[in-house]
Design a protein around this ligand. Structure first.
Ligand code: SF4
Ligand code: SF4
Length: 185
């Protein structure tokens, strides 16, 4: 951030709602946000967070209908950046959301040399987590479209050599099989 400030580099943010995931919260998560700002629309929180980062000059948010467009226009008619306390609460909530659903791959790469198919396991698990978190957004399929077929999750043969060395005891073979199924949808 310091470099961005120093050289006045503008920052563009794509997918601020993570494929719509941040607009669809649980009742408990929504209640947490409503307690801080009762009148703020749920999707607006991601935008208010970005309004709290002065370096962000462009926010590119996909919209699928007129109502979403109207709501986004309403949101951006006002600058309402988060207070320090609100930001702290929001980041705590984000931590909790991520903790619940992701595979805890630390990208240590211990497993990579053990894979007979030469898969980039940590990269694939990062995309799996992304896909899981967004409930099937377009980011993972788009990233995987540049992978050769023999490096996709479907190339996993389920040998579990990677699992034998994973310090996080991640069931990689199950994740690859599940990812392959999810990508078919
Ligand atoms: S289970 Fe799959 S990802 Fe793991 S080592 Fe075997 S082929 Fe590679
Ligand atoms: S060994 Fe486990 S934690 Fe490390 S990169 Fe592989 S899957 Fe991730």
């Amino acid at each position: 951030m310091e470099l961005l400030k120093k050289y006045h580099i503008p920052v563009w943010v794509m997918e601020p709602l993570r494929g719509g995931r941040l607009a669809k919260l649980t009742g408990e998560e929504e209640a947490w946000l409503k307690a801080m700002r009762p009148d703020e629309a749920i999707p607006a929180w991601a935008f208010r967070f970005l309004q709290s980062i002065p370096e962000v000059t462009v926010v590119l948010s996909g919209m699928s209908n007129m109502e979403q467009m109207k709501e986004n226009i309403r949101t951006f008619q006002e600058e309402k950046p988060l207070s320090g306390e609100e930001k702290k609460n929001l980041l705590a909530m984000a931590d909790e959301m991520v903790r619940k659903i992701v595979l805890p791959c630390t990208a240590c790469h211990y497993c990579v040399s053990h894979c007979p198919r030469g898969l980039d396991i940590p990269a694939l698990l990062a995309l799996y987590n992304e896909h899981y978190f967004t409930g099937g957004g377009f980011i993972a399929p788009m990233a995987l479209s540049s992978y050769p077929t023999d490096k996709l999750p479907s190339a996993c043969i389920g040998c579990r050599s990677c699992e034998a060395v994973c310090p996080q005891q991640i069931k990689v073979s199950e994740a690859m099989a599940d990812f392959t199924e999810k990508l078919k949808v």
